[in-house]
Ligand binder design. Structure first.
Ligand SMILES: [Zn+2]
Ligand SMILES: [Zn+2]
Length: 109
């Protein structure tokens, strides 16, 4: 997200000849996007998701189950595990995974 230097309008990305340019829809001001800049954020998010999935896969055979409603499909049983966050004064995070649709969500204990 970038605001136009001239008029402050939110600029929208515009792809042309494999180059992405930010164009102001109001005054037409153009700014070249830094190479790869807009994709870095997406990569970071994907990486975090991947880490969570890896934890799921490693623990899927030994997960204890509990009676809890899956927010995705309404199934009433899910496996669960906890992860301690970095700071010890924060409560550990509890994760659930639906035994039916494999939907995973988190909850603070
Ligand atoms: Zn502008
Ligand atoms: Zn489910």
């Amino acid at each position: 997200m970038k605001l136009c230097d001239k008029c402050g309008t939110l600029m929208s990305p515009y792809k042309h000849n494999n180059k992405v340019t930010l164009v102001c829809p109001k005054c037409g001001e153009k700014t070249a996007i830094e190479k790869g800049a807009s994709f870095k954020i997406t990569e970071k998010i994907n990486h975090t998701l991947k880490d969570t999935i890896v934890v799921n896969e490693n623990t899927k055979m030994t997960l204890p189950t509990t009676k809890i409603d899956c927010p995705e499909c309404g199934h009433a049983e899910a496996g669960w595990w906890t992860l301690q966050t970095r700071s010890s004064d924060e409560p550990e995070t509890r994760f659930y995974r639906c035994t039916k649709c494999r939907n995973t969500w988190r909850e603070y204990s």
